[in-house]
Design a protein around this ligand. Structure first.
Ligand SMILES: Cc1cc2nc3c(=O)[nH]c(=O)nc-3n(C[C@H](O)[C@H](O)[C@H](O)COP(=O)(O)OP(=O)(O)OC[C@H]3O[C@@H](n4cnc5c(N)ncnc54)[C@H](O)[C@@H]3O)c2cc1C
Length: 477
């Protein structure tokens, strides 16, 4: 007789593995099926973690080459050992993916390596690498199969010259000229890595601005910072085709005003977005419906699809394609399934771009606040006036706090600057607790820390920042 579970999770990415662990903690008998040889999904294997490992390594290289001298540190014979850099990245990935395996064992979760197919609303067939099939019975199925990069038909991936992010995380040589198609966070992060290591990097973007969903002012500062680092941008430019031969690509493009452009490069990274991954899952046969609005698996507020025993989370469903969003949905799903009050607050999901300076945001942008017609006040503080940033010699960027004029409630926080990725957590907590700019202003912040810039920006909402000169206030409706 087939083994019977309370829950079978398909996909061991941050959504799936967190859901599996939380469900096991809550007493369910859980199996998780993963088609990759390691756990952790895109995030741990070919996404968040290896990209951050390379960003950190390449940043150190860049600092050693260009900034250490200012700190009085002399470096002779600086060189790049790309093999060692990749080996460190691979070790980080292995330790973290092994860590998920360990957690599965400790939580008594059955791990099945193979490709899963939903055979019925309560059964899953798993095909292993040798082609052997196992049939598993379950009360509930959770789809957490994530996403894959979008392919441009006129610029198809060939895995060597025209590549997606996975290959761009593993180039065995620094490209001479990396052409990045798409000015989203993945293209900017990987473009930064290879620029710091010596490549010429050109970013071609169809829209008039990079990171189009970001606060306009803060996004413009990021653009300026990256240009200063030597990245080149061709905005409002549409890639129209490519000829690939002998390890080089000749990519053709057209500007908004009809000017034809040609780029000759040895690597092209196509990073124009990702799409829900459902290949081979058998969803049509069991009748799970896609949401035509999002082109992702449709779910209700409890993550249930139209088939009551089948649920879905993470990149596969609506919302930002981010690991922490998938994780929070995994936890909420398991808690709801066991009758608890699981919940994800989509208003306070932070987003981070791990370039240097980093950019991090939560809540509404100034443009969104204006669209909503809310009366608001803005407080800003530059890192150049922050003692710790000065000590670090990392003074580029600002903190921007947007608060409701009438209630003082924080509506959005946008940071570009050193360790913005860590600083944003305080803003998320403030917003989660429906806090005001005054709440931040009255909270003691250790000195000297970068977090003082957040407090000063909150003080500036009411024109009383201590460490910056008074300035004309931006308020609006
Ligand atoms: C280069 C890059 C950098 C990124 N950086 C960040 C970042 O810094 N921060 C951030 O928040 N997000 C980042 N992301 C996005 C993040 O990786 C995803 O949002 C996250 O992994 C989604 O989690 P998930 O659990 O929904 O799916 P995934 O992580 O995609 O996991 C899905 C898993 O399901 C498995 N699977 C699919 N089909 C089947 C099947 N039929 N049977 C068995 N298994 C199956 C897949 O093999 C995969 O392991 C990055 C992505 C990329 C590509």
């Amino acid at each position: 007789m087939a083994e019977r579970y309370d829950l079978i999770v398909i996909g061991a990415g941050p959504g799936g593995y967190v859901a599996a662990i939380r469900a096991a903690q809550l007493g369910m008998k859980v199996a998780c099926v993963e088609k990759r040889a390691t756990l952790g999904g895109v995030c741990l294997n070919i996404g968040c973690i290896p990209s951050k490992a390379l960003l950190d390594s390449s940043e150190l290289y860049h600092l050693a080459a260009h900034r250490f001298a200012k700190h009085g540190i002399k470096v002779d014979g600086l060189g790049l050992d790309l093999k060692a850099m990749h080996a460190r990245k691979d070790t980080v990935v292995k330790e973290l993916t092994d860590g998920v395996r360990f957690l599965f064992r400790k939580n008594k979760i059955t791990t099945l390596f193979g490709v899963a197919r939903v055979a019925s609303p309560t059964s899953v067939v798993v095909k292993d690498a040798e082609g052997a099939e196992a049939n598993l019975e379950t009360a509930h199925i959770l789809l957490a199969t994530g996403s894959v990069p979008i392919n441009l038909p006129f610029l198809p991936f060939d895995g060597r010259t025209v590549v997606g992010s996975t290959e761009a995380l593993a180039f065995d040589e620094v490209p001479e000229h990396l052409l990045v198609v798409g000015g989203g966070y993945i293209g900017l992060e990987l473009g930064s890595v290879w620029r710091r290591l010596g490549a010429k990097v050109t970013v071609v973007e169809f829209l008039p601005r990079i990171v189009p969903l970001a606060d306009l002012e803060v996004g413009a500062l990021l653009s300026k910072a990256l240009i200063k680092q030597g990245l080149e941008f061709k905005m409002e430019t549409k890639v129209t085709g490519a000829r690939v031969a002998d390890g080089r690509a000749t990519v053709t493009a057209e500007t908004k005003d009809g000017q034809a452009l040609t780029f000759d490069s040895d690597k092209v990274l196509v990073s124009v977005g990702r799409k829900a991954y459902i290949e081979g899952l058998g969803l049509e046969a069991v009748g799970v419906k896609f949401d035509p609005r999002t082109n992702k698996v449709g779910t209700d507020s409890h993550f249930r699809t139209n088939v009551p025993t089948i649920s879905a989370i993470g990149d596969l469903i609506d919302g930002p394609m981010l690991a922490h969003k998938a994780e929070d949905e995994g936890t909420a799903f398991a808690e709801l399934l066991s009758g608890k009050a699981g919940h994800v607050n989509y208003e306070t999901i932070p987003s981070v771009i791990y370039t240097w300076p980093e950019m991090a945001s939560v809540g509404l942008t100034e443009e969104q606040v204006q669209e909503k017609g809310v009366e608001y006040k803005v407080g800003k503080f530059p890192f150049v006036a922050n003692g710790r940033a000065k000590a670090m010699d990392e003074v580029e960027g600002i903190v921007k706090v947007i608060a409701d004029s009438r209630t003082d409630r924080v509506l959005g926080v946008h940071i570009i600057g050193p360790r913005a990725s860590d600083l944003i957590a305080e803003a998320v907590t403030t917003m989660e607790f429906a806090g005001s700019a005054e709440d931040i202003a009255r909270t003691c912040h250790a000195h000297p820390t970068l977090s003082e810039a957040f407090r000063e920006a909150a003080l500036d909402v009411d024109s009383r920042a201590i460490h910056s000169a008074p300035r004309a206030k931006a308020t609006g409706r």
